[in-house]
Design a protein around this ligand. Structure first.
Ligand code: PLP
Length: 401
Protein backbone atom coordinates (compact mmCIF):
# COMPACT_ATOMS: atom_id res chain seq x y z
CA UNK A 1 0.00 0.00 0.00
CA UNK A 2 1.35 3.48 -0.76
CA UNK A 3 1.94 5.38 2.46
CA UNK A 4 -0.52 8.19 3.08
CA UNK A 5 0.81 11.70 3.62
CA UNK A 6 0.12 11.49 7.36
CA UNK A 7 3.17 9.28 7.80
CA UNK A 8 6.40 10.98 8.82
CA UNK A 9 9.09 11.83 6.29
CA UNK A 10 11.30 8.82 7.08
CA UNK A 11 8.35 6.43 6.78
CA UNK A 12 7.28 7.87 3.44
CA UNK A 13 10.86 7.62 2.16
CA UNK A 14 10.81 3.89 2.88
CA UNK A 15 7.19 2.88 2.28
CA UNK A 16 5.54 5.23 -0.22
CA UNK A 17 4.99 4.19 -3.82
CA UNK A 18 5.36 0.40 -3.56
CA UNK A 19 2.24 -1.60 -4.36
CA UNK A 20 3.10 -5.21 -3.60
CA UNK A 21 2.39 -7.59 -6.49
CA UNK A 22 0.68 -11.00 -5.99
CA UNK A 23 4.22 -12.49 -5.68
CA UNK A 24 4.49 -10.97 -2.21
CA UNK A 25 7.93 -9.43 -2.75
CA UNK A 26 9.30 -7.38 0.14
CA UNK A 27 11.76 -5.19 -1.83
CA UNK A 28 10.49 -3.01 -4.67
CA UNK A 29 10.33 -5.03 -7.92
CA UNK A 30 12.23 -3.98 -11.04
CA UNK A 31 10.05 -4.08 -14.18
CA UNK A 32 12.59 -4.30 -17.00
CA UNK A 33 10.14 -4.31 -19.85
CA UNK A 34 9.63 -1.88 -22.69
CA UNK A 35 6.00 -2.76 -23.36
CA UNK A 36 3.00 -4.36 -21.66
CA UNK A 37 0.66 -7.09 -22.89
CA UNK A 38 -3.11 -6.82 -23.36
CA UNK A 39 -5.48 -9.75 -22.91
CA UNK A 40 -7.54 -8.83 -25.95
CA UNK A 41 -7.59 -6.44 -28.90
CA UNK A 42 -10.50 -4.64 -27.23
CA UNK A 43 -8.42 -4.08 -24.08
CA UNK A 44 -5.56 -2.66 -26.18
CA UNK A 45 -8.00 -0.32 -27.91
CA UNK A 46 -9.47 0.83 -24.59
CA UNK A 47 -6.04 1.57 -23.13
CA UNK A 48 -4.90 3.49 -26.19
CA UNK A 49 -8.16 5.46 -26.12
CA UNK A 50 -7.51 6.31 -22.48
CA UNK A 51 -10.82 4.71 -21.49
CA UNK A 52 -9.14 2.17 -19.23
CA UNK A 53 -6.13 2.70 -16.94
CA UNK A 54 -3.04 0.54 -17.30
CA UNK A 55 0.42 0.37 -18.78
CA UNK A 56 1.05 0.45 -22.52
CA UNK A 57 4.72 1.26 -23.11
CA UNK A 58 7.57 2.29 -20.78
CA UNK A 59 8.05 5.67 -22.45
CA UNK A 60 4.57 6.46 -21.04
CA UNK A 61 4.46 4.57 -17.75
CA UNK A 62 6.37 1.80 -15.98
CA UNK A 63 5.55 0.41 -12.52
CA UNK A 64 9.10 0.87 -11.13
CA UNK A 65 9.30 4.42 -12.46
CA UNK A 66 5.84 5.11 -11.02
CA UNK A 67 6.95 3.84 -7.59
CA UNK A 68 9.85 6.32 -7.65
CA UNK A 69 7.53 9.13 -8.78
CA UNK A 70 4.97 8.45 -6.05
CA UNK A 71 7.64 8.22 -3.36
CA UNK A 72 9.30 11.49 -4.39
CA UNK A 73 5.94 13.27 -4.70
CA UNK A 74 5.11 12.12 -1.15
CA UNK A 75 8.45 13.51 0.09
CA UNK A 76 8.13 16.91 -1.62
CA UNK A 77 4.45 17.17 -0.66
CA UNK A 78 3.37 17.47 -4.30
CA UNK A 79 0.27 16.15 -6.03
CA UNK A 80 2.17 14.66 -8.91
CA UNK A 81 5.71 13.74 -10.01
CA UNK A 82 7.09 12.79 -13.39
CA UNK A 83 10.53 11.20 -13.62
CA UNK A 84 12.99 12.08 -16.38
CA UNK A 85 16.22 10.66 -17.80
CA UNK A 86 18.35 13.38 -16.15
CA UNK A 87 18.08 16.68 -14.34
CA UNK A 88 18.54 18.57 -17.61
CA UNK A 89 15.70 16.55 -19.18
CA UNK A 90 13.50 17.66 -16.27
CA UNK A 91 14.30 21.34 -16.90
CA UNK A 92 13.78 20.95 -20.65
CA UNK A 93 10.44 19.16 -20.15
CA UNK A 94 9.18 21.98 -17.89
CA UNK A 95 10.14 24.63 -20.46
CA UNK A 96 8.67 22.73 -23.42
CA UNK A 97 5.51 21.93 -21.48
CA UNK A 98 4.79 25.39 -20.09
CA UNK A 99 6.31 27.94 -22.51
CA UNK A 100 5.80 29.03 -26.09
CA UNK A 101 7.61 31.34 -28.46
CA UNK A 102 7.50 34.93 -27.16
CA UNK A 103 7.38 33.89 -23.50
CA UNK A 104 10.26 34.80 -21.23
CA UNK A 105 12.01 33.27 -18.21
CA UNK A 106 13.23 35.38 -15.31
CA UNK A 107 16.08 33.45 -13.70
CA UNK A 108 18.64 33.79 -10.95
CA UNK A 109 22.09 34.71 -12.21
CA UNK A 110 23.72 31.90 -10.22
CA UNK A 111 22.38 28.79 -11.93
CA UNK A 112 23.88 25.41 -12.76
CA UNK A 113 26.01 26.18 -15.84
CA UNK A 114 24.28 23.82 -18.25
CA UNK A 115 20.89 25.29 -17.33
CA UNK A 116 22.17 28.69 -18.47
CA UNK A 117 23.37 27.16 -21.76
CA UNK A 118 19.97 25.52 -22.28
CA UNK A 119 18.22 28.85 -21.75
CA UNK A 120 20.62 31.11 -23.67
CA UNK A 121 21.63 28.91 -26.58
CA UNK A 122 18.77 26.49 -27.23
CA UNK A 123 15.52 27.99 -25.91
CA UNK A 124 16.47 31.36 -27.42
CA UNK A 125 16.47 29.76 -30.89
CA UNK A 126 12.79 28.99 -30.37
CA UNK A 127 11.91 32.52 -29.31
CA UNK A 128 12.11 32.08 -25.54
CA UNK A 129 14.38 34.70 -23.93
CA UNK A 130 15.82 34.58 -20.42
CA UNK A 131 16.65 37.55 -18.24
CA UNK A 132 18.85 37.21 -15.15
CA UNK A 133 18.71 38.86 -11.72
CA UNK A 134 20.79 38.39 -8.53
CA UNK A 135 19.32 35.43 -6.60
CA UNK A 136 18.81 36.96 -3.15
CA UNK A 137 17.79 40.44 -4.37
CA UNK A 138 13.97 40.35 -4.07
CA UNK A 139 13.68 43.96 -5.27
CA UNK A 140 15.43 43.03 -8.53
CA UNK A 141 12.98 40.16 -9.19
CA UNK A 142 10.09 42.48 -8.38
CA UNK A 143 11.21 45.34 -10.61
CA UNK A 144 11.93 43.04 -13.58
CA UNK A 145 8.38 41.72 -13.29
CA UNK A 146 6.93 45.19 -12.80
CA UNK A 147 8.69 46.34 -15.96
CA UNK A 148 7.23 43.38 -17.89
CA UNK A 149 3.70 43.92 -16.48
CA UNK A 150 2.68 40.31 -17.07
CA UNK A 151 3.33 40.60 -20.82
CA UNK A 152 5.84 37.83 -21.35
CA UNK A 153 7.50 36.50 -18.16
CA UNK A 154 5.80 33.18 -17.44
CA UNK A 155 8.42 31.44 -15.28
CA UNK A 156 10.73 32.42 -12.45
CA UNK A 157 13.57 29.94 -12.12
CA UNK A 158 16.05 29.56 -9.25
CA UNK A 159 18.21 27.23 -7.18
CA UNK A 160 18.59 27.87 -3.45
CA UNK A 161 21.20 27.60 -2.09
CA UNK A 162 23.26 28.39 -5.15
CA UNK A 163 26.29 26.42 -6.23
CA UNK A 164 29.16 27.02 -5.37
CA UNK A 165 28.65 30.19 -3.26
CA UNK A 166 25.60 28.96 -1.25
CA UNK A 167 23.63 32.20 -1.71
CA UNK A 168 19.96 31.78 -0.76
CA UNK A 169 16.62 33.41 -1.54
CA UNK A 170 13.49 33.67 0.61
CA UNK A 171 11.18 31.31 -1.30
CA UNK A 172 7.94 32.48 0.29
CA UNK A 173 8.65 36.09 -0.61
CA UNK A 174 9.71 35.12 -4.14
CA UNK A 175 6.57 33.00 -4.67
CA UNK A 176 4.40 35.95 -3.61
CA UNK A 177 6.18 38.22 -6.08
CA UNK A 178 5.77 35.66 -8.90
CA UNK A 179 2.09 35.14 -8.24
CA UNK A 180 1.36 38.86 -8.02
CA UNK A 181 2.39 39.04 -11.70
CA UNK A 182 0.71 35.79 -12.73
CA UNK A 183 4.01 33.92 -13.17
CA UNK A 184 5.01 30.47 -11.88
CA UNK A 185 7.93 29.86 -9.51
CA UNK A 186 10.13 26.90 -10.47
CA UNK A 187 12.76 25.79 -7.95
CA UNK A 188 15.64 23.40 -8.71
CA UNK A 189 15.83 21.71 -5.28
CA UNK A 190 18.91 19.64 -6.10
CA UNK A 191 21.19 20.91 -3.34
CA UNK A 192 18.77 20.58 -0.43
CA UNK A 193 16.46 17.74 -1.47
CA UNK A 194 13.09 17.38 0.32
CA UNK A 195 14.93 16.11 3.39
CA UNK A 196 16.10 19.67 4.06
CA UNK A 197 13.74 21.95 2.11
CA UNK A 198 10.31 21.58 0.50
CA UNK A 199 9.76 24.58 -1.81
CA UNK A 200 6.08 23.71 -2.50
CA UNK A 201 5.34 24.43 1.19
CA UNK A 202 6.62 27.97 0.65
CA UNK A 203 4.44 28.59 -2.39
CA UNK A 204 6.65 27.38 -5.28
CA UNK A 205 4.63 25.90 -8.14
CA UNK A 206 7.12 23.39 -9.49
CA UNK A 207 10.15 21.58 -8.04
CA UNK A 208 12.87 20.16 -10.24
CA UNK A 209 15.47 17.56 -9.32
CA UNK A 210 18.67 16.23 -10.69
CA UNK A 211 18.19 12.83 -9.03
CA UNK A 212 21.74 12.09 -10.17
CA UNK A 213 22.97 13.96 -7.11
CA UNK A 214 21.67 13.40 -3.55
CA UNK A 215 18.54 11.37 -4.39
CA UNK A 216 20.77 8.55 -5.61
CA UNK A 217 23.48 9.75 -3.25
CA UNK A 218 26.02 7.20 -4.33
CA UNK A 219 27.06 8.41 -7.77
CA UNK A 220 25.60 5.48 -9.71
CA UNK A 221 23.18 6.75 -12.32
CA UNK A 222 21.50 9.71 -13.99
CA UNK A 223 17.92 10.72 -13.33
CA UNK A 224 15.64 13.68 -12.84
CA UNK A 225 12.15 14.61 -11.75
CA UNK A 226 9.49 17.34 -11.86
CA UNK A 227 6.99 17.72 -8.99
CA UNK A 228 3.88 19.90 -8.90
CA UNK A 229 0.13 19.80 -9.43
CA UNK A 230 -1.84 17.47 -11.64
CA UNK A 231 -2.52 19.99 -14.39
CA UNK A 232 0.93 21.55 -14.83
CA UNK A 233 3.01 18.46 -14.16
CA UNK A 234 0.61 15.54 -14.61
CA UNK A 235 -0.67 16.85 -17.94
CA UNK A 236 1.62 19.48 -19.50
CA UNK A 237 5.06 18.20 -18.43
CA UNK A 238 4.05 14.55 -18.65
CA UNK A 239 2.77 15.17 -22.18
CA UNK A 240 6.25 16.31 -23.25
CA UNK A 241 7.87 13.27 -21.66
CA UNK A 242 5.62 10.74 -23.32
CA UNK A 243 5.93 12.48 -26.70
CA UNK A 244 9.56 13.65 -26.79
CA UNK A 245 10.88 10.66 -24.85
CA UNK A 246 13.45 11.66 -22.19
CA UNK A 247 11.82 9.17 -19.80
CA UNK A 248 13.62 7.58 -16.85
CA UNK A 249 14.78 3.99 -17.34
CA UNK A 250 13.19 1.45 -14.93
CA UNK A 251 16.64 0.32 -13.80
CA UNK A 252 17.66 3.85 -12.83
CA UNK A 253 14.26 4.38 -11.16
CA UNK A 254 14.92 1.31 -9.03
CA UNK A 255 18.38 2.58 -8.00
CA UNK A 256 16.92 5.99 -7.13
CA UNK A 257 14.00 4.44 -5.23
CA UNK A 258 16.47 2.66 -2.97
CA UNK A 259 18.50 5.87 -2.65
CA UNK A 260 15.45 7.70 -1.27
CA UNK A 261 15.27 5.25 1.65
CA UNK A 262 18.47 6.65 3.17
CA UNK A 263 18.10 10.24 1.92
CA UNK A 264 17.26 11.89 5.24
CA UNK A 265 20.01 10.05 7.16
CA UNK A 266 22.60 10.97 4.53
CA UNK A 267 21.52 14.62 4.25
CA UNK A 268 21.62 15.12 8.01
CA UNK A 269 24.95 13.34 8.48
CA UNK A 270 26.58 15.07 5.49
CA UNK A 271 25.25 18.45 6.68
CA UNK A 272 26.66 17.88 10.14
CA UNK A 273 30.12 17.11 8.78
CA UNK A 274 29.85 20.11 6.43
CA UNK A 275 28.93 22.37 9.36
CA UNK A 276 31.93 21.19 11.41
CA UNK A 277 34.22 21.47 8.42
CA UNK A 278 33.03 25.02 7.61
CA UNK A 279 33.69 26.11 11.20
CA UNK A 280 37.11 24.46 11.17
CA UNK A 281 38.01 26.03 7.80
CA UNK A 282 37.10 29.48 9.16
CA UNK A 283 40.03 29.14 11.57
CA UNK A 284 42.62 27.75 9.18
CA UNK A 285 45.54 29.85 7.92
CA UNK A 286 45.49 31.05 4.34
CA UNK A 287 41.72 31.14 3.98
CA UNK A 288 40.12 34.42 3.04
CA UNK A 289 36.45 33.47 3.29
CA UNK A 290 34.23 30.43 3.88
CA UNK A 291 30.83 30.17 2.18
CA UNK A 292 28.37 28.05 4.16
CA UNK A 293 24.74 28.84 5.12
CA UNK A 294 25.22 27.32 8.58
CA UNK A 295 27.83 29.95 9.57
CA UNK A 296 26.35 32.94 11.41
CA UNK A 297 28.33 35.29 9.15
CA UNK A 298 26.44 34.04 6.05
CA UNK A 299 24.20 36.86 4.70
CA UNK A 300 21.08 34.64 4.55
CA UNK A 301 21.88 32.58 7.67
CA UNK A 302 18.38 33.40 9.02
CA UNK A 303 16.85 31.05 6.43
CA UNK A 304 18.61 28.06 8.02
CA UNK A 305 16.17 26.48 10.44
CA UNK A 306 13.17 28.19 8.84
CA UNK A 307 13.29 27.55 5.09
CA UNK A 308 15.99 24.88 5.00
CA UNK A 309 16.59 22.51 7.87
CA UNK A 310 20.42 22.58 7.91
CA UNK A 311 23.18 24.39 6.04
CA UNK A 312 23.43 21.54 3.53
CA UNK A 313 26.52 19.66 2.41
CA UNK A 314 28.22 22.14 0.07
CA UNK A 315 31.06 24.21 1.54
CA UNK A 316 33.15 26.62 -0.53
CA UNK A 317 36.18 28.59 0.55
CA UNK A 318 38.61 31.05 -0.93
CA UNK A 319 42.33 30.66 -0.30
CA UNK A 320 44.91 33.43 -0.50
CA UNK A 321 47.23 33.26 -3.49
CA UNK A 322 44.67 32.61 -6.24
CA UNK A 323 44.79 29.70 -8.64
CA UNK A 324 48.30 28.49 -7.67
CA UNK A 325 47.28 28.05 -4.03
CA UNK A 326 43.88 26.58 -4.85
CA UNK A 327 45.37 24.00 -7.21
CA UNK A 328 48.06 23.18 -4.62
CA UNK A 329 45.39 22.49 -1.97
CA UNK A 330 43.42 20.34 -4.43
CA UNK A 331 46.48 18.44 -5.69
CA UNK A 332 47.77 17.83 -2.14
CA UNK A 333 44.71 15.77 -1.24
CA UNK A 334 45.11 12.01 -1.31
CA UNK A 335 41.60 10.81 -0.46
CA UNK A 336 39.11 13.45 -1.69
CA UNK A 337 37.86 12.89 -5.24
CA UNK A 338 38.85 15.59 -7.75
CA UNK A 339 35.63 15.59 -9.75
CA UNK A 340 32.89 18.04 -10.61
CA UNK A 341 30.06 15.83 -9.37
CA UNK A 342 28.31 16.45 -6.07
CA UNK A 343 25.79 14.67 -3.90
CA UNK A 344 27.85 11.54 -3.38
CA UNK A 345 28.78 9.88 -0.08
CA UNK A 346 32.36 10.38 -1.29
CA UNK A 347 33.58 13.95 -0.66
CA UNK A 348 34.48 15.76 -3.88
CA UNK A 349 36.74 18.78 -4.39
CA UNK A 350 36.48 21.16 -7.34
CA UNK A 351 38.11 24.34 -8.67
CA UNK A 352 35.03 26.12 -10.11
CA UNK A 353 36.93 28.86 -12.03
CA UNK A 354 38.64 26.33 -14.32
CA UNK A 355 35.97 23.60 -14.45
CA UNK A 356 32.26 24.20 -13.81
CA UNK A 357 32.55 27.95 -14.48
CA UNK A 358 35.37 27.91 -17.06
CA UNK A 359 33.01 28.86 -19.91
CA UNK A 360 32.29 32.24 -18.34
CA UNK A 361 34.45 35.24 -19.29
CA UNK A 362 36.74 36.56 -16.50
CA UNK A 363 34.33 39.50 -16.10
CA UNK A 364 31.31 37.21 -15.74
CA UNK A 365 33.22 35.11 -13.20
CA UNK A 366 34.13 38.21 -11.22
CA UNK A 367 30.51 39.33 -11.27
CA UNK A 368 29.39 35.89 -10.09
CA UNK A 369 31.98 35.94 -7.29
CA UNK A 370 33.87 32.91 -8.61
CA UNK A 371 37.47 33.87 -7.81
CA UNK A 372 40.62 31.99 -8.84
CA UNK A 373 41.22 31.05 -5.19
CA UNK A 374 37.77 29.46 -4.73
CA UNK A 375 37.49 25.74 -3.89
CA UNK A 376 34.21 23.84 -3.62
CA UNK A 377 33.71 20.82 -1.39
CA UNK A 378 30.67 18.56 -1.69
CA UNK A 379 30.95 16.90 1.69
CA UNK A 380 30.32 13.16 1.88
CA UNK A 381 30.08 10.63 4.68
CA UNK A 382 33.74 9.99 5.51
CA UNK A 383 35.10 10.76 9.00
CA UNK A 384 35.51 14.47 9.61
CA UNK A 385 39.08 14.05 10.85
CA UNK A 386 40.13 12.30 7.63
CA UNK A 387 38.68 15.07 5.45
CA UNK A 388 40.42 17.67 7.63
CA UNK A 389 43.75 15.83 7.45
CA UNK A 390 43.48 15.57 3.67
CA UNK A 391 42.84 19.33 3.34
CA UNK A 392 45.51 20.22 5.87
CA UNK A 393 48.23 18.79 3.61
CA UNK A 394 47.76 21.70 1.21
CA UNK A 395 46.40 24.33 3.62
CA UNK A 396 49.22 24.04 6.15
CA UNK A 397 51.88 25.71 3.97
CA UNK A 398 49.59 28.69 3.06
CA UNK A 399 50.23 31.98 4.84
CA UNK A 400 47.35 33.75 6.53
CA UNK A 401 46.27 36.56 4.20
C1 PLP B 1 23.65 18.45 -11.93
C2 PLP B 1 22.61 19.48 -11.85
C3 PLP B 1 21.64 19.59 -12.85
C4 PLP B 1 21.63 18.70 -14.08
O1 PLP B 1 21.34 17.38 -13.74
P1 PLP B 1 21.82 16.12 -14.63
O2 PLP B 1 21.20 14.98 -13.92
O3 PLP B 1 23.30 16.12 -14.64
O4 PLP B 1 21.24 16.33 -15.99
C5 PLP B 1 20.68 20.57 -12.71
N1 PLP B 1 20.67 21.41 -11.66
C6 PLP B 1 21.59 21.33 -10.68
C7 PLP B 1 21.53 22.29 -9.54
C8 PLP B 1 22.60 20.38 -10.75
O5 PLP B 1 23.52 20.32 -9.78
Amino acid sequence: MPAPLEYGFATRAIRAGHRRTPEGEHSEPLFLTSSFVFRTAAEAAARFAGEEPGNIYSRFTNPTVRAFEERLAALEGGECCVATASGMAAILAVCLGLLKSGDRILAARSLFGTTTVLFDKYLRRFGIETRYVPLSDLAAWDSALAEDQGRSIRLLFCETPSNPLTEMVDLQALAEIAHRFGALLVVDNCLCTPALQRPLEFGADIVIHSATKYLDGQGRCLGGAVIGDRRLVGEEVYGVLRTAGPSLSPFNAWVLLKGLETLELRMLAQSQTAQSLAQWLSHQPGIRRVYYPGLSAHPQHDLVGTQQRTGGAIVSFEVVGGRTSAWRVIDSTQMLSITANLGDVKTTITHPATTTHARLTPEQRAEAGISEGLIRLAVGLEDLKDIQADLERGLGPLERG
